[in-house]
Design a protein around this ligand. Structure first.
Ligand SMILES: C[S@@+](CC[C@H](N)C(=O)[O-])C[C@H]1O[C@@H](n2cnc3c(N)ncnc32)[C@H](O)[C@@H]1O
Length: 249
């Protein structure tokens, strides 16, 4: 794997690069790696009456949890992710759900793969962080892939001031049309279960590969901090942008 790409994956997954080869094992029990498929699907349905006529691009799709849920609604989906094991799992999830015919999964660097793709009704950036660069670079890169009557969904932790996001998006040819903030308290039991499973898998790896114990202990420690943050301070924001209408002259 290219070094920059490894860095990008590690940073999006909140781990060190030496943990990457074990990530799919450690995260095998987790259905999603970030965004909640129900929230994403409900957002899409709010904006489109007939989802089955849509094409969706899921950038940094992980195991394809959102992609597959969208495909179940009849949406034609393309998912891109840099991690081959996640893409394999996404394909298998689509196949088990009977929607492989509605899904195409592409393994590679999102920035590179995007150049080979056209435009979509819905583009999703779901909990991917800066995989396409800072927000302004990401929106500039994505703009050409959102149809004029389409939407971009940005589902992330809210870290930047809303006015700054509106200013940046306007400069990139998007208008923020909706933001929904989610209360994390409804997800506490899910978070606890995820962390228990991560700990179990890390302990298995420590027993199997004791000489790598530090890698797994460090990862576990970082995940404990991450989940504590998710439960106490995290605010999830689902933002929807539409391409800015050009005035007729
Ligand atoms: C936190 S996960 C979110 C996955 C998915 N969107 C979800 O919400 O379940 C971030 C994903 O971005 C992927 N990723 C990181 N850098 C990437 C890049 N440069 N190109 C494509 N995918 C990348 C990772 O492999 C990982 O699957």
């Amino acid at each position: 794997m290219m070094r920059d790409l490894s860095e990008s994956i590690a940073s999006s997954m909140g781990c060190s690069e030496d943990a990457l080869p074990y990530l799919d094992y450690i995260l095998q029990d987790l259905r999603t790696l970030g965004s909640n498929p129900d929230i994403i699907l409900n957002t899409i349905k709010e904006f489109f009456a007939n989802p089955s006529e849509l094409r969706l691009l899921d950038v940094g799709c992980g195991k394809g949890s959102c992609t597959v849920e969208a495909a179940k609604e009849g949406i034609d989906c393309v998912g891109i992710d840099a991690m081959e094991p996640f893409i394999d799992e996404a394909r298998s999830n689509a196949s088990v759900s009977g929607v492989m015919g509605k899904c195409e999964f592409i393994q590679g660097d999102a920035g590179t793969v995007l150049k080979t793709l056209g435009s979509f009704d819905v583009v999703l950036l779901g909990s991917v962080g800066p995989i396409l660069g800072e927000l302004e670079d990401s929106l500039n890169m994505i703009r050409g892939h959102v149809r004029d009557d389409g939407i971009l969904i940005l589902d992330e932790g809210r870290v930047v001031d809303i006015q700054e996001i509106m200013d940046i998006s306007e400069r990139c040819g998007f208008t923020l049309v909706r933001e929904c903030l989610h209360d994390p308290s409804g997800f506490h039991s899910e978070y606890d279960e995820e962390l228990t499973n991560i700990e179990k898998r890390c302990q298995e790896l420590i027993r199997e590969l004791p000489h790598k114990a530090n890698v797994f202990l460090n990862y576990l420690e970082s995940q404990k901090e991450e989940y504590e943050f998710l439960k106490t301070s995290f605010i999830n924001s689902t933002m929807v942008f539409k391409p800015t209408r050009k005035e007729c002259v």
